[in-house]
Design a protein around this ligand. Sequence first.
Ligand SMILES: C[S@@+](CC[C@H](N)C(=O)[O-])C[C@H]1O[C@@H](n2cnc3c(N)ncnc32)[C@H](O)[C@@H]1O
Length: 200
Amino acid sequence: MSADDRRLQAANPTGWFEDLYAEAAAGTASVPWDQPHPQPHLVEWADGVDGTGRSALVVGCGYGRDSEFLASLGFDVVAFDISPTGIATVQARYPDSKVTYVVADLLDPPAEWHHAFDLVVENMTVQALPVDLHAKATERVAWLTGSELLVLAVARDEGPVPDGPPWPLTPSEIQAFATDGLTSRSTRRDNGRWVAEFVR
Ligand SMILES: C[S@@+](CC[C@H](N)C(=O)[O-])C[C@H]1O[C@@H](n2cnc3c(N)ncnc32)[C@H](O)[C@@H]1O
């Protein structure tokens, strides 16, 4: 990504996602996180998990790789993204999906989602926002969580803010998810990524 691209993205911290998904839909760009498989740490976490009778919310769901996986485990899944084109694309990709896909902003989520989901999965959304939005976004993720939260993110050490996006999460930024009644169940750093679980 060029320095000019980064400057444009920093100036429009949530709007550039829609631009990127629209360009991808037009065939003029590719989306770097468009992977054909669920996040491997989510797959590892899900070993032996049966989601039957449980609700799940996927934050910043992108093209739906994690939401479709959770639905395959039996969870009743809602997945949201700020990009209308992203959501339209994922709905076209999975026309028979059991997932409810919604356009919504993590920084201003629907009021009825407060503590509404048994499981919340946050995979690389907070890190896609500039560091000055991390605290608010993190607090919103906790606000959405009914009982269990899984945070997956690229890790960095404390220190100078990188020239993102992305802006990987520091140890203190990971521990900041333990708010609004959530406590840390486990945190590990594996291959440069955080796998962190919180419970209410
Ligand atoms: C790095 S991508 C990760 C996508 C997906 N979680 C994955 O792992 O494939 C970040 C996603 O968060 C979405 N996003 C960014 N800001 C958001 C916000 N404020 N509310 C909801 N979604 C947001 C973007 O549109 C993008 O799809």
